[in-house]
Design a protein around this ligand. Structure first.
Ligand code: SF4
Ligand code: SF4
Length: 134
């Protein structure tokens, strides 16, 4: 029987909840759909969400940071269902498939990735997961 998506995912990634990906002085950028989802999830006025939680520089919309982490981080993501798509995608970024250097860089910043699987097998599973979601 074919493995289901969760089983396949666990072959290459199990989040360790270390919080590393939510730390730093910048965050991922939000697109319009991200903003809509976040506003819906927070159930707030869009202008209030922008002023309280977002850092807008020209066309670039990011989340504010506080004490070196995303404003929504508090021992985990406090807006998990409303988080931006780039947060949802991390750390299984498609660039891993195109270049071992990307795999190496991403695995060095995310302890949840299972490098013991080996690059070739890792890519095979990741590609299968991506094909399923399109
Ligand atoms: S860096 Fe990786 S293991 Fe740590 S919280 Fe983020 S996704 Fe999970
Ligand atoms: S929205 Fe959530 S997952 Fe994304 S950086 Fe902020 S705390 Fe982390």
């Amino acid at each position: 029987m074919a493995a289901n998506k969760t089983d396949l995912m666990e072959e290459i990634f199990t989040c360790q909840r270390c919080g590393h990906c939510c730390h730093g002085e910048t965050t991922v950028s939000l697109d319009e759909e991200d903003l809509r989802r976040m506003v819906d999830y927070l159930d707030m006025d869009v202008e209030d969400v922008k002023s309280q939680y977002l850092r807008i520089t020209g066309n670039v919309v990011q989340m504010k940071t506080v004490d070196g982490h995303c404003i929504f981080y508090d021992d985990g993501c406090t807006v998990h269902p409303g988080r931006p798509w780039r947060c949802r995608q991390w750390p299984l970024h498609p660039s891993i498939l195109s270049d071992y250097a990307n795999f190496s860089a991403i695995t060095s910043s995310c302890p949840g990735l299972k490098i013991d699987v080996g690059y070739e097998k890792f890519c095979e599973i990741l590609k299968g997961l991506m094909d399923e979601s399109t």
